[in-house]
Design a protein around this ligand. Structure first.
Ligand code: ADP
Length: 569
């Protein structure tokens, strides 16, 4: 979790997941809601149209004059209504010549004698009261309500007024208001219709097998739902007889069954759903909420991220201004790594700075002595205290040669530092180089000898002579008279090995790590007598490394030292 990358990745993932989830949820909510609403509205409209069409069929004996009424219904609901009979003959169509073809399947079948298996109550047929009977019964109804104000009167579909809460067999609710008896007496029209129904019913029962229906052949209670109720409960067959009797009786009075087609006036079906304004407020609120959440989380993450970066910037500024002590604690993760790198760089800078200062002071120190000597001698000569004889000139020459060597060494080192030290490699016999160096450094007081095997190598002979010369010169310098120096050359695996072993003063173990440092000497005061600048080993190491080799030293104080150079073949 410390990694910036991981944190950012997880954070983006969470935000994306939240957004997707909420968007999906809102979209599904809005869509289902709208679809449900639209569907509900459409269904309701169509149900209303169906009901009105059924009503027309129940109260008219044919579709012949239905056009104007259907036009009215169609206009009211903004739909196109078409009715087609069983043979496919178009009975009614509220569409015009431009209207598209009707769909293949009708919306419903309009049959007042079979609406979900039941006879529509508005199909009253021969039960319809005459105007005379209608007036008489309503007069009774008014008297009854005048007698008992609690009584509520409603009209049945055939025009008969009746109590809103009447139940078959419980009609004596009026007690003192005897006019109720007259209201609930069948009219001539109703009696005739019931008799007809009774006959049709009896005919049907007679056709049923067995005698178990004989009991039911007698009429039961007459209800005002235009059927004879007591038979209903007997058996399904008897109920079916009642239904068929009623259908037979009503058939001449109702319009025949027809297929009902309902389409939009333009023929486009279904209507397209417009979601553009659905739940705009809700979506906006949720979006704002997510935005706020994402903003807050981003702010927190960004602050955490920026804090170490700010610290780094401040530290970098201080470093640029020369402060080498600036350090940053960047914690873990990528920024922590950056902080560590910065700290390392800062330390390296400080180290380089120290080395540079030490170098300048060392150089000044090294130059001061020979220059002071030269100046001293020249002043003495000028003052007439010393004669410009060959001895004096020899001494001055020696000092200026010392200066010359020092400047040459410094130049080599500067070139090595800048990476501009040029090598001119060529195939050479290393044993020749060793012989040349040993011969050049021969000394009467010390036994200096070479022990070589022939080794050929590609290298810069001048630079190798310089490197080996430094080592041999040191050995001569730090080996007392009577000592011995051996320069060995042999091949070890893929390396050419040069060893300069002396029986000199040796180097203290504490000093060993420093011998290759610039201007380092085990005994600084000895430099004048021995003539060393303290740069020789540093230059040797640079030259050997420029050839891809290594140089190392082992030494025992008081017994001698061995410098070992390994060069890749
Ligand atoms: P210098 O010019 O003083 O010899 P170098 O860089 O060549 O400078 O050597 C650094 C120091 O390492 C010397 O001052 C000396 O103290 C030590 N040193 C080098 N070679 C030997 C050696 N063969 N025996 C003992 N001390 C040595």
């Amino acid at each position: 979790m410390k990694s910036l990358l991981v944190r950012f990745f997880l954070f983006s993932l969470v935000i994306a997941a939240c957004s997707i989830a909420v968007t999906a949820w809102l979209a599904s909510q809005a869509t289902t809601g709208t679809i449900r609403q639209e569907q509900g509205e459409a269904l309701e409209t169509d149900a209303q149209i169906f009901d009105e069409v059924v009503k027309y069929a129940a109260t008219h004996d044919s579709w012949a004059n239905a056009q104007s009424e259907m036009d009215r219904i169609a206009r009211q609901h903004g739909r196109r209504i078409a009715l087609v009979d069983r043979n496919g003959k178009k009975l009614v169509d509220t569409g015009d010549a431009n209207s598209p073809q009707l769909p293949i399947t009708p919306k419903a079948i309009v049959d007042p004698l079979n609406v979900d298996g039941k006879i529509d109550a508005r199909a009253v047929g021969p039960f319809k009261l005459t105007d005379e009977e209608f007036r008489t019964l309503h007069a009774y109804a008014r008297q009854l309500t005048a007698c008992n104000p609690n009584i509520k009167i409603v009209d049945a579909p055939n025009g008969r007024p009746r109590l809103s809460n009447d139940q078959p067999g419980s009609l004596s609710v009026w007690e003192d208001c005897t006019v109720g008896d007259r209201l609930y007496t069948l009219t001539a029209t109703e009696t005739a219709a019931y008799e007809q129904l009774q006959k049709l019913f009896a005919d049907c029962l007679a056709k049923l097998p067995g005698n178990e229906h004989v009991m039911n052949k007698r009429p039961g209670f007459v209800t005002f739902d235009w059927e004879i109720t007591t038979v209903r409960d007997s058996s399904p067959e008897v109920g079916a007889c009642m239904d068929s009797a009623r259908r037979t009786q009503l058939e001449p009075y109702v319009a025949g069954p027809a297929h009902l087609y309902l389409t939009s006036t333009t023929g486009e079906e279904p209507r397209s759903i417009d979601l553009s304004t659905t739940g705009v407020t809700r979506i906006t609120l949720v979006a704002l909420g997510i935005l706020a959440l994402a903003g807050f989380a981003s702010w927190i993450t960004a602050t955490q991220l920026v804090r170490p970066i700010r610290a780094l910037t401040a530290a970098t500024k201080r470093t640029a201004e020369g402060d080498r002590t600036a350090r940053v604690d960047g914690g873990a993760g990528e920024i922590g790594e950056l902080a560590k790198s910065f700290n390392a760089m800062s330390e390296k800078l400080a180290e380089t700075e120290r080395q540079r200062q030490a170098m300048v002071s060392d150089v000044a120190h090294e130059l001061r002595t020979p220059l002071g000597n030269i100046t001293g001698w020249l002043e003495a000569t000028q003052d007439g205290l010393a004669e410009p004889d060959p001895h004096l000139v020899g001494m001055l020459l020696e000092e200026s040669l010392l200066l010359q060597r020092l400047v040459d060494d410094l130049h080599d080192l500067a070139q090595a530092d800048a990476g501009t030290l040029k090598l001119h490699p060529e195939p050479i016999a290393l044993d020749d180089v060793v012989d040349q160096v040993v011969n050049a450094q021969q000394n009467r007081e010390i036994l200096l000898r070479a022990a070589t095997t022939p080794v050929n190598i590609t290298a810069d002979p001048v630079r190798l002579r310089q490197a080996l010369g430094n080592l041999v010169a040191n050995a001569v310098r730090y080996t007392p008279p009577g000592g011995e120096i051996v320069v060995r050359l042999f091949q070890d695996q893929s390396n050419a090995v040069l060893e300069v072993a002396d029986t000199g003063t040796g180097i203290a173990p504490d000093d060993l790590p420093h011998v290759f440092d610039r201007f380092w000497r085990a005994d600084r005061s000895r430099s004048r007598t021995t003539g060393g600048s303290g740069l020789g080993l540093a230059i040797t190491r640079h030259l050997v490394e420029a050839h891809g080799g290594t140089v190392s030293v082992t030494s025992t104080l008081g017994e001698g030292s061995t410098f070992r150079v390994e060069l890749p073949l």
